[in-house]
Design a protein around this ligand. Structure first.
Ligand code: MN3
Length: 202
Protein backbone atom coordinates (compact mmCIF):
# COMPACT_ATOMS: atom_id res chain seq x y z
CA UNK A 1 0.00 0.00 0.00
CA UNK A 2 1.30 3.39 -0.95
CA UNK A 3 2.25 6.00 1.62
CA UNK A 4 0.19 9.18 1.63
CA UNK A 5 0.84 12.82 2.41
CA UNK A 6 -0.76 13.32 5.85
CA UNK A 7 -3.28 16.14 6.21
CA UNK A 8 -1.89 19.25 7.88
CA UNK A 9 -3.25 19.84 11.40
CA UNK A 10 -4.15 23.46 10.44
CA UNK A 11 -5.10 25.52 7.39
CA UNK A 12 -2.39 26.54 4.91
CA UNK A 13 -2.70 30.19 6.01
CA UNK A 14 -3.07 29.44 9.73
CA UNK A 15 0.57 30.22 10.56
CA UNK A 16 0.70 33.59 8.74
CA UNK A 17 0.39 35.61 11.97
CA UNK A 18 3.12 33.44 13.50
CA UNK A 19 5.64 34.16 10.76
CA UNK A 20 5.13 31.25 8.36
CA UNK A 21 3.29 32.23 5.20
CA UNK A 22 0.72 30.28 3.21
CA UNK A 23 3.18 30.52 0.33
CA UNK A 24 5.81 28.64 2.37
CA UNK A 25 3.24 25.97 3.26
CA UNK A 26 2.15 25.76 -0.36
CA UNK A 27 5.71 24.94 -1.44
CA UNK A 28 7.19 23.24 1.62
CA UNK A 29 4.20 21.01 2.36
CA UNK A 30 2.50 20.95 -1.02
CA UNK A 31 5.60 20.48 -3.19
CA UNK A 32 8.58 19.32 -1.10
CA UNK A 33 6.79 17.04 1.38
CA UNK A 34 4.52 15.71 -1.36
CA UNK A 35 7.58 15.13 -3.53
CA UNK A 36 9.19 12.88 -0.94
CA UNK A 37 5.97 10.85 -0.66
CA UNK A 38 5.76 10.48 -4.44
CA UNK A 39 9.45 9.54 -4.78
CA UNK A 40 9.24 7.01 -1.95
CA UNK A 41 6.22 5.27 -3.46
CA UNK A 42 7.94 5.14 -6.84
CA UNK A 43 11.11 3.62 -5.33
CA UNK A 44 9.10 1.05 -3.37
CA UNK A 45 7.56 -0.25 -6.59
CA UNK A 46 10.91 -1.92 -7.27
CA UNK A 47 12.44 -2.09 -3.76
CA UNK A 48 10.11 -4.91 -2.74
CA UNK A 49 12.02 -5.81 0.45
CA UNK A 50 10.12 -2.97 2.14
CA UNK A 51 6.63 -4.06 1.11
CA UNK A 52 4.05 -3.94 3.90
CA UNK A 53 6.37 -2.20 6.36
CA UNK A 54 5.50 0.88 8.39
CA UNK A 55 7.26 4.14 7.55
CA UNK A 56 9.41 3.83 10.70
CA UNK A 57 10.41 0.28 9.71
CA UNK A 58 11.29 1.40 6.19
CA UNK A 59 13.47 4.18 7.64
CA UNK A 60 15.34 1.86 10.00
CA UNK A 61 15.80 -1.00 7.58
CA UNK A 62 16.84 1.11 4.58
CA UNK A 63 19.36 2.90 6.82
CA UNK A 64 20.89 -0.46 7.78
CA UNK A 65 20.78 -1.66 4.17
CA UNK A 66 22.40 1.62 3.01
CA UNK A 67 19.61 2.02 0.47
CA UNK A 68 20.06 5.76 0.52
CA UNK A 69 17.37 6.63 -2.02
CA UNK A 70 14.72 4.80 -0.03
CA UNK A 71 16.09 6.06 3.27
CA UNK A 72 16.33 9.71 2.23
CA UNK A 73 12.77 9.86 0.92
CA UNK A 74 11.21 7.80 3.73
CA UNK A 75 13.01 9.81 6.41
CA UNK A 76 12.05 13.10 4.76
CA UNK A 77 8.38 12.01 4.72
CA UNK A 78 8.58 11.22 8.45
CA UNK A 79 10.66 14.29 9.35
CA UNK A 80 8.24 16.69 7.67
CA UNK A 81 5.14 15.16 9.25
CA UNK A 82 6.87 15.40 12.63
CA UNK A 83 7.87 19.00 11.85
CA UNK A 84 4.33 20.10 10.93
CA UNK A 85 2.94 18.50 14.08
CA UNK A 86 5.55 20.29 16.18
CA UNK A 87 4.31 23.75 15.23
CA UNK A 88 0.95 25.47 15.55
CA UNK A 89 -0.76 28.84 15.13
CA UNK A 90 0.17 31.11 18.04
CA UNK A 91 2.72 28.58 19.23
CA UNK A 92 5.76 29.28 21.33
CA UNK A 93 5.33 30.21 24.97
CA UNK A 94 6.58 27.76 27.54
CA UNK A 95 6.13 24.07 28.36
CA UNK A 96 4.58 23.07 31.68
CA UNK A 97 4.70 20.21 34.17
CA UNK A 98 7.12 17.31 33.81
CA UNK A 99 8.45 18.51 30.46
CA UNK A 100 9.28 21.96 31.85
CA UNK A 101 11.08 20.32 34.77
CA UNK A 102 13.05 18.04 32.43
CA UNK A 103 14.10 21.00 30.28
CA UNK A 104 15.30 22.91 33.34
CA UNK A 105 17.15 19.83 34.63
CA UNK A 106 18.81 19.09 31.26
CA UNK A 107 19.60 22.57 29.98
CA UNK A 108 19.43 24.85 33.02
CA UNK A 109 16.48 26.89 31.76
CA UNK A 110 14.06 27.20 28.85
CA UNK A 111 16.12 30.10 27.47
CA UNK A 112 19.25 27.97 27.52
CA UNK A 113 17.40 25.21 25.66
CA UNK A 114 16.31 27.74 23.02
CA UNK A 115 19.88 28.97 22.59
CA UNK A 116 21.22 25.44 22.24
CA UNK A 117 18.46 24.47 19.80
CA UNK A 118 19.08 27.53 17.62
CA UNK A 119 22.83 26.96 17.83
CA UNK A 120 22.36 23.38 16.57
CA UNK A 121 20.35 24.66 13.61
CA UNK A 122 22.80 27.47 12.96
CA UNK A 123 25.85 25.23 12.97
CA UNK A 124 24.32 22.52 10.74
CA UNK A 125 26.33 23.28 7.61
CA UNK A 126 24.06 23.04 4.60
CA UNK A 127 20.75 21.19 4.78
CA UNK A 128 19.48 19.33 7.81
CA UNK A 129 17.52 19.35 11.02
CA UNK A 130 17.81 20.39 14.68
CA UNK A 131 16.25 18.03 17.22
CA UNK A 132 15.18 17.85 20.83
CA UNK A 133 15.49 14.20 21.85
CA UNK A 134 15.06 12.14 24.99
CA UNK A 135 18.01 9.86 25.69
CA UNK A 136 17.78 7.80 28.85
CA UNK A 137 16.62 10.14 31.58
CA UNK A 138 17.92 13.29 29.98
CA UNK A 139 16.98 15.64 27.17
CA UNK A 140 19.50 16.53 24.47
CA UNK A 141 19.75 18.82 21.47
CA UNK A 142 21.19 17.25 18.34
CA UNK A 143 21.54 18.10 14.66
CA UNK A 144 21.48 15.88 11.59
CA UNK A 145 22.46 16.46 7.95
CA UNK A 146 20.09 16.03 5.02
CA UNK A 147 17.40 13.43 5.86
CA UNK A 148 19.12 11.78 8.84
CA UNK A 149 17.01 11.55 12.00
CA UNK A 150 17.09 10.16 15.57
CA UNK A 151 15.03 7.07 14.64
CA UNK A 152 18.29 5.45 13.50
CA UNK A 153 20.18 6.38 16.68
CA UNK A 154 19.88 3.75 19.42
CA UNK A 155 18.29 5.10 22.60
CA UNK A 156 17.09 8.42 21.18
CA UNK A 157 13.42 9.38 21.04
CA UNK A 158 12.65 12.53 19.03
CA UNK A 159 10.45 15.12 20.77
CA UNK A 160 10.70 18.13 18.41
CA UNK A 161 12.41 19.07 15.16
CA UNK A 162 13.22 22.22 13.19
CA UNK A 163 13.85 22.04 9.45
CA UNK A 164 16.86 24.15 8.50
CA UNK A 165 16.89 23.28 4.80
CA UNK A 166 16.87 26.54 2.87
CA UNK A 167 13.43 25.69 1.45
CA UNK A 168 12.06 25.96 5.01
CA UNK A 169 12.78 29.68 5.32
CA UNK A 170 13.72 31.28 2.04
CA UNK A 171 10.29 32.65 1.10
CA UNK A 172 9.67 34.24 4.52
CA UNK A 173 13.17 35.09 5.75
CA UNK A 174 15.28 34.92 2.57
CA UNK A 175 18.83 33.92 3.54
CA UNK A 176 18.41 34.55 7.28
CA UNK A 177 18.33 31.18 8.99
CA UNK A 178 18.83 32.94 12.38
CA UNK A 179 15.66 35.04 11.93
CA UNK A 180 13.68 31.96 10.90
CA UNK A 181 14.94 30.02 13.93
CA UNK A 182 14.21 32.89 16.35
CA UNK A 183 10.66 33.07 15.00
CA UNK A 184 10.33 29.28 15.20
CA UNK A 185 11.19 29.04 18.90
CA UNK A 186 9.24 32.14 19.96
CA UNK A 187 6.08 31.84 17.84
CA UNK A 188 5.66 28.37 16.39
CA UNK A 189 6.62 25.53 18.75
CA UNK A 190 3.67 23.37 19.78
CA UNK A 191 4.71 22.50 23.33
CA UNK A 192 1.65 20.25 23.83
CA UNK A 193 2.98 18.01 21.01
CA UNK A 194 6.44 17.95 22.61
CA UNK A 195 4.85 17.06 25.98
CA UNK A 196 2.88 14.19 24.41
CA UNK A 197 6.07 12.76 22.90
CA UNK A 198 7.87 13.20 26.20
CA UNK A 199 5.10 11.40 28.11
CA UNK A 200 4.99 8.57 25.55
CA UNK A 201 8.77 8.12 25.86
CA UNK A 202 8.63 7.68 29.66
MN1 MN3 B 1 11.82 20.63 4.43
Amino acid sequence: MAFELPTLPYAMDALEASGMSAKTLEYHYGKHHQGYVTNLNKLLETETAYAGKSLEEVIQQSHQDKKMGVFNNAAQVWNHTFYWNGIQPNGGGAPTGDLAAAIDASFGSLDKFKEEFKNAGGTQFGSGWAWLVKEGNTLKVTKTPNAENPLTVAGQVPLLTMDVWEHAYYLDFQNSRPNFMANFVEKLINWEFVAQNFAAAA
